[in-house]
Design a protein around this ligand. Structure first.
Ligand code: FES
Length: 208
């Protein structure tokens, strides 16, 4: 929540309580995807860059596909106009989310051959690239985990340098993650995205 809203909550608690109740109940009859897409469009309409990045990340996390998000932007053309749609696409390009690349828009999830199954020793982490995406491989108690290098906050591609032992710190807003659990342990409230994995013929495969 912004500093201004925090201020109003303290200065006008009753009015703000009613406001938040209204917001909470206004979308009772919408499914999650529709709600998320409308939220993305509202952020484009008012051109709030941080809000757009955040709601876009949430829409993807909740299952909206890049094609659905692009369609929602284009369908809102009568209210957004081309300039705001271009503004949003420029931010999308800056975020460089692999799934938005034109050649990948129609891809369906599949297994990807990531590395040797014993590429990472117990208790250690390695950042690897695979099929246009980066992952942090981390072994804990004999289990090899594959985490998305994209931050669950605003999809920042977290670099290798952000790793210190089992702590991974996103450089954008300093959310800190524990590699053993994937949980966010400082600043934020969402865990790293973890891919389903399996081992076949000595190779680690991950599903996305
Ligand atoms: S993008 Fe905000 S903490 Fe990573």
């Amino acid at each position: 929540m912004s500093d201004a809203l925090n201020y109003l909550v303290k200065a006008r608690p009753d009015a703000m309580k009613a406001y938040f109740k209204f917001l909470k109940e206004a979308d009772n009859h919408l499914d999650n995807k529709t709600r998320d897409l409308i939220s993305v469009i509202t952020k484009v309409a008012v051109q709030t860059e941080n809000g757009f990045r955040q709601y876009l990340t949430r829409a993807l996390r909740e299952g909206c596909t890049p094609n659905e998000i692009l369609d929602a932007l284009l369908m809102a053309f009568p209210v957004l106009g081309l300039a705001k749609i271009v503004w949003a696409v420029e931010i999308l390009l800056d975020m460089d989310i692999p799934e938005f690349r034109p050649e990948r828009l129609d891809e369906t999830p599949r297994w990807h051959d990531v590395s040797e199954a014993d590429a990472v020793a117990n208790g250690t982490t390695a950042r690897v690239d695979c099929d246009g995406r980066s992952l942090f491989l981390h072994q804990v108690d004999g289990e090899l985990r594959a985490y998305d290098s994209r931050c669950p906050h605003q999809v920042t591609n977290i670099p290798d340098l952000a790793l210190e032992g089992t702590r991974l710190t996103c450089p954008k807003h300093n959310w800190v993650f524990d590699m053993d659990s994937g949980d966010c342990v400082e600043k934020g409230d969402r865990p790293l995205n973890q891919f389903e994995t399996k081992v076949e013929n000595g190779r680690l495969l991950a599903y996305w």
